[in-house]
Design a protein around this ligand. Structure first.
Ligand SMILES: [Cu+2]
Length: 142
């Protein structure tokens, strides 16, 4: 007669909480908090992945984005623009055959999704005067 000994196994299920949600804008203005969480850009190899880039207009109302350069692999790219200022802004992409722009928002966010091939593009705000004022940067795709 043998006793069957069963070893209880604890299955530790790790639930990965993806913090993909941008913090809801609760406070308006003030607080020059530049602590921006670095987001792990999980780019799936395989080509057809979609990349989301975060971009923000200066919350204090300066004519600038928080980044002067952006990078993405070729494919579908979405640029999410957060504009917490009282100035209207948008994000536009120009280069190659691409000439697209998002809607213009004030105290809101918007996004622009484009198909991009390898190359160098310019992103900017197309509100008159803003690009000239400094709302411009380089998007490198490759
Ligand atoms: Cu602008």
């Amino acid at each position: 007669m043998s006793t069957t000994t069963s070893y209880p196994r604890k299955l530790l299920v790790l639930t990965a909480v993806v913090l993909a949600l941008a913090p809801v804008a609760g406070g308006c203005g003030g607080g020059g908090d530049e602590a921006e969480p670095e987001q792990p850009t999980t780019t799936e190899t395989g080509g057809a992945g979609e990349t989301t880039l975060q971009l923000a207009a200066d919350p204090g109302g300066a004519l600038k984005f928080d980044k002067e350069t952006l990078e993405a692999p070729a494919g579908t790219t979405s640029i999410e623009l957060a504009n917490e200022s009282s100035l209207p802004h948008n994000v536009a992409i120009e280069g190659g055959d691409v000439d697209e722009e998002s809607e213009t928002v004030t105290n809101d966010s918007t996004s622009l999704t484009v198909e991009l091939e390898s190359g160098t593009y310019t992103f900017f705000c197309s509100v008159p005067g803003h690009r000239e004022g400094g709302m411009e940067g380089t998007l490198t795709v490759g």
